[in-house]
Design a protein around this ligand. Sequence first.
Ligand SMILES: [Zn+2]
Length: 335
Amino acid sequence: MIKPGREVFTGRTIHPWCMLIIWMFFSPAEGKGFGFHAHRIINRMAVYTLPPEMIGLYKSHIEFLAERSIDPDRRAHVVEGEAPRHYIDIDHFGEQPFQSMPRGWSEARAKYSRDTLMEYGVLPWHIDEMAERLTLAFQNRDLDQILINSAHLGHYIADACTPLHTTLHYNGRTPAERGIHALWESRLPELYAHEYDYLTGRAEYIPDPLGKAWELIEQSHHHVTKIYQVYDSLHSVIPADQIYVVEMRGQATGQHFSRTFSAAFHRGLEGMVEQQMQKAVKTIGDFWFTAWVDAGQPRLDDLSRQSISQRLLQMINNQESVWGNEKESVERSVQ
Ligand SMILES: [Zn+2]
């Protein structure tokens, strides 16, 4: 995620004639990062990258890690300042943005201003901040904070592996192309993620977490061109009446990309979605492992026998009551 609140956040306005098109494509699942379904899978599979010293704790709480993976998207609708943590429109920053954009937050803020960075996204810096929070949680051997920060860090890393979270054209180059975002990161994983291979190898130490976050974003951004090339080529060979279908998903009826188009798009991407999900799984494991190493490799075996505190559960329940409607509407759409 996020892109749903972006027009609000960025102050961008929508021409009235676009509203019909937007209604057609704006399912509640749109722009949910990798999509709720994929985020849950990714966090779950990341557990299996961990070394013996860590895997017991993470396996004991794997359902929590999977379910809390979607919190950042859900709170993005109600928490000011959350939305830009999920993306960076790097192509706003010139022809060679990865050369012109300073990697460090202070330097980037000095060059472009905080307001500009908040408008075009702060994803890499937020990954770095979340990694620090997780390291601190390990240092304190704080079970609640280890688990909640692991789950949420996983979300942002997965977002960084989503190419359309790195571009101004995050949901089409024109209003008529709106829906491509949800197609790539929600529709395709819903249709095909069960066929993917998630064996990615064992978690490895990351010497430079912020540099790694930038590396993910740069690699993701390179895929944007191909996404639109495939999209354009299919529009030239598939008849218009076979591209979209009106169908009921959960309890919502709307216009969606047809299975024919989705399958052709998936084939045309040549494994991109699977590779990006694999990259997310492996990198999440790497970040979790790195935070544990940087914290001095604390023993976790006794923590794995502990339960999450009532205080955290109460906090989650309170948040659920705020997010309740959002959760319902989104989950209905991805059933
Ligand atoms: Zn997100």
